[in-house]
Design a protein around this ligand. Structure first.
Ligand code: ZN
Length: 320
């Protein structure tokens, strides 16, 4: 019985020992798993850190590239500015050279005057100042050129008529002189110019053959230089001769410029040039242009200049 009891008790002990042995194996497995998990976590962390480091390196590289690209753009922009300056300088030289060309050197098919000639031009009229300018020109027996805008009033039409009747040239400076409008497209420019031609024809019976671009042919308000090159061709195809200038009276540098500055600007810029196309303005605020005009004429006369109005085949200055 005892044996039975022992026999019966043994499995109890075994049974008690068995769970004990299973637990330690389980613990070992648990420890192993924990270790593995730790290693795994450590490896993952290391990998993540490595990735982060790489990402920040890539980022740094991109930043460096960005900075490099930006400095390249800046240096290109500086080069473009320099080229633009050179182009402008060359244009001024070309202008000066053409103005001083000998009369026989009419390589451009222009009829070049043989004596010193000044072409006085007045833009942006007609206004009350136009009448005052006309009176002075009549007093000095000087012929000039008026690049007018659209003024459909009776007074405006009367001034177009006076300009023509008194022997001056009447040129087109667009109806609206609104940069946004006239330089919106080539068709818009030509439509605006033709609208003025119609008004001038109605008032005087003549359609202008001369044209001056608002801001000049090298203006910075049109979409681009290429646009202006194309527009100058379109304008010539439409039958106009366009005219810029080689002497700027500076009367547009301020709303109402100092009279003395206008006189000095013209005489100084004309010096050494046999043919000058002088830019003036006869719009409403340009009262000092009127005041400067007698002295400008007298000084140019003293330098030996005669005065003529522009014609389609006369001397011209073109920036483009
Ligand atoms: Zn103008």
């Amino acid at each position: 019985m005892q044996g039975d009891g022992q026999a019966a008790a043994k499995p109890v002990v075994d049974a008690a020992a068995a769970p004990g042995g299973g637990q330690s194996a389980q613990e070992e497995r648990h420890v192993d798993r924990t270790m593995a998990l730790r290693w795994f976590a450590l490896l993952t962390l290391t990998a993540l850190l490595a990735l982060l480091a790489q990402a920040s390196l890539v980022n740094e590289g991109l930043l460096r590239q960005q900075i490099q690209a930006r400095s390249q753009i800046e240096s290109l922009e500086a080069q473009v500015r320099q080229l633009n300056d050179t182009v402008e300088q060359l244009q001024r030289e070309k202008q000066r050279w053409r103005a001083n060309q000998s009369p026989t050197g009419a390589a451009y098919g222009e009829k070049l005057p043989e004596k010193k000639t000044a072409y006085l031009t007045f833009d942006d009229g007609p206004s009350e100042n136009t009448a005052a300018v006309l009176n002075i020109l009549a007093r000095y027996h000087v012929k000039a050129t008026f690049f007018v805008n659209g003024n459909p009033t009776a007074a405006g039409k009367a001034l177009y008529q006076r300009i023509v009747q008194e022997g001056h040239a009447l040129g087109n400076h667009t109806y609206s002189h609104d940069y946004k409008k006239v330089y919106a497209s080539m068709d818009a420019f030509l439509a605006d110019a033709r609208r003025l031609d119609d008004l001038i024809e109605e008032a005087t019976g003549l359609r202008p053959e001369l044209l001056r671009f608002p801001g000049g042919s090298n203006n910075l308000v049109s979409p681009s230089r290429r646009f202006m090159s194309e527009l100058t061709r379109r304008v010539i195809d439409a039958g106009y001769q366009y005219v810029d200038w080689n002497v700027d009276s500076l009367d547009a540098a301020k709303t109402t410029q100092d009279r003395a500055i206008i006189v000095d600007a013209v005489t100084q810029q004309a010096a050494g040039q046999d043919r000058v196309i002088v830019l003036f303005h006869d719009s409403q605020p340009k009262r000092t242009t009127v005041e400067a005009l007698p002295e400008v004429i007298e000084r140019l006369q003293a330098e030996g200049y005669g005065f003529e109005s522009l014609t389609k085949n006369a001397y011209t200055v073109k920036f483009l």
